[in-house]
Design a protein around this ligand. Structure first.
Ligand code: AMP
Length: 400
């Protein structure tokens, strides 16, 4: 069922509680990069321009003790938001009480307010009580009482049941998705529930164990699953191939065998690899087909595999990519990941969806991000979505 979105709401004069994802890298009060604040601007601007009073809530980092609080205040974020919006933003240095309530009462239509880090509620009087991350029912109820409607635009936390997403939504008449959330539901949800075929998934990264849920779910839905990265070699071991010193999860070899049996020719493994003598960019390396020779470890897929993967991808109508094809952080083993990213940028007829830190970094580095249909803003959330799980943060959004 389609979800209510912010553009379905009548916002004029309403107190609009908004859960955004302002969880930016921050050190000594200095913001490392403000991508997430920038990404939240369209929904914030929309609410403000339509006469809503925007009351923004977000978590920032993890708070387990009182001393964690000062370094994780939302104040620098509110200041940056004010610069980006080019208008004043009210910052309230608390998460509950009269100061917050008075500030909200004082808002005019179109104003923007940022509340202190929601995770300040995780520590009370020095005790780690997890009111926010444990979804304390009183806290969600209290925050909901501060607004008239609720807009959830924080996909990155959609796989968690916290007071600031699920807690507020379950105490609010109407909860709508913001534009970022709407796009995640449309593309990732669309790929999982109703993909246009051929549907090809590319899964990489270090471990089979991290991706097993995704492989399982997508085996039932995708036409092909292309495997790359370190997890390849657990599959190689399951097939009885030699893996040299490559990464392997010995306790997952039986599981890999089961997957291979179940998958038939749906699962495509790389046929060649870039192998090195050491886990080092400067180590002697070469490309080999099939077995990984003794004394070598496989650190990237080879050019033949890239060509084979591209051959599968070229007719795809839906592509989901999560996880690098090799040790992308080292330039000598980044080629496979970069080639796949570049190729996705040429697939103009397909819906192309990318999730996960390294695959996202690859398409950004290549400058092809804007040629793709969707770059997910949530790592853990996008993986759980691809696993076919119900994400509590999305489930709590009202149906249209
Ligand atoms: P993940 O977090 O599961 O997406 O995995 C990402 C990590 O997997 C990156 O740090 C890569 O360097 C690593 N990785 C990818 N391919 C390999 C490989 N063949 N051997 C070892 N590590 C790898």
């Amino acid at each position: 069922m389609a979800k209510l979105t912010v553009s379905d709401l009548d916002l004029k004069g309403k107190k609009v509680l908004m859960r955004v994802d302002f969880n930016v890298p921050i050190k000594d009060g200095v913001i490392g990069n403000d991508n997430r604040i920038v990404a939240a601007l369209p929904t914030i601007k929309y609410v403000s321009e339509h006469g809503g009073k925007a009351i923004l809530l977000s978590h920032l980092g993890r708070i387990k003790k009182e001393e964690d609080k000062p370094g994780l205040s939302m104040r620098p974020v509110a200041e940056r938001l004010s610069n980006l919006l080019n208008k004043p933003v009210t910052f309230v240095p608390t998460t509950e009480g009269k100061q917050l309530e008075d500030a909200i009462d004082g808002l005019s239509d179109g104003d923007v307010l940022v509340m202190e880090n929601t995770r300040y509620e995780d520590v009370k009087d020095g005790e780690y009580v997890k009111r926010e991350s444990g979804n304390d029912p009183e806290l969600g109820k209290y925050w909901a009482s501060l607004g008239d409607v609720f807009v959830n635009d924080a996909f990155g936390t959609a796989h968690r049941s916290h007071a600031s997403n699920v807690g507020i939504a379950s105490n609010m008449g109407q909860t709508a998705a913001g534009f970022l959330m709407e796009k995640e539901i449309k593309f990732i949800g669309g790929a999982v529930d109703n993909p246009e075929h051929p549907f090809v998934a590319i899964l990489g990264g270090a471990k089979v164990s991290d991706k097993i849920g995704v492989i399982d779910n997508l085996l039932a839905k995708a036409d092909k699953i292309l495997i790359g990265g370190g997890m390849t070699y657990t599959f190689y071991a399951a097939k009885g191939m030699k893996i040299g010193n490559s990464l392997v999860e010995k306790d997952k070899i039986d599981l890999a065998k089961e997957i291979l049996d179940k998958a038939g020719d749906k699962l495509v493994l790389p046929t060649d690899s870039v192998v090195a003598e050491k886990f080092d960019n400067d180590a002697a390396h070469k490309t080999v087909e099939g077995d990984i020779p003794d004394g070598y470890m496989a650190l990237d897929i080879g050019p033949k595999s890239v060509a084979e993967f591209e051959d599968v991808l070229k007719s795809a109508k839906t592509v989901v990519w999560n996880g690098p094809m090799g040790v992308f952080e080292m330039s000598n083993y980044a080629e496979g990941t970069l080639e796949i990213g570049k190729f996705l940028g040429t697939l103009t007829e397909a819906k192309t969806i990318v999730g996960g830190g390294d695959s996202t970094a690859a398409v950004q580095q290549l400058g092809v991000a804007d040629k793709l249909s969707h770059i997910s803003t949530g790592g853990g959330a996008s993986l759980e979505y691809l696993e076919g799980k119900t994400l509590p943060g999305i489930a709590a959004i009202s149906d249209k």
